[in-house]
Ligand binder design. Sequence first.
Ligand SMILES: [Zn+2]
Length: 160
Amino acid sequence: MRASYATHPVDLGECDCPGKPHAHDEAVVKDRFTFGDLRRIAYAMGDDGGLVQSVTVARGVDSWNLVREARNGLGLVVGTEPLPVSVETVDELAPEQARKLTEEFSKPEYDRQLRASLGLPPKDEEVPPDGKVPPVSGETSPDGLAEPTSSNSETSTPAP
Ligand SMILES: [Zn+2]
């Protein structure tokens, strides 16, 4: 089945599959997250166990060449089968392979998509963490004396 979105390959390094059948492991990732991907990633952001990383990789990977051991009804290994792409199987990846995919989805183009879906401005337009906004001309006092910032009484919220 052809994907309805553009994709590109990501090299996952040396083969880590059982029996090492590949010269290299490789994933094919989406150039853009879909609506459903963004919704699920945003939802996983509320999880403090790091689930968002697994969800981002599972939703962003279109396919990979990874295989796992295939077992028969008796639980005996009978060969290999393609490893499906899911949150659970992402958690089974070698840390190095998972890191490569996590790095891929940390790139600015993905960050922009995620921020846009959350209604956030792009990273470079963000107010610095210290909250200081650069002074706008006309707001500085003409005598050059900096007024001490008065603590705003409105910020203290009374207990309900
Ligand atoms: Zn492999």
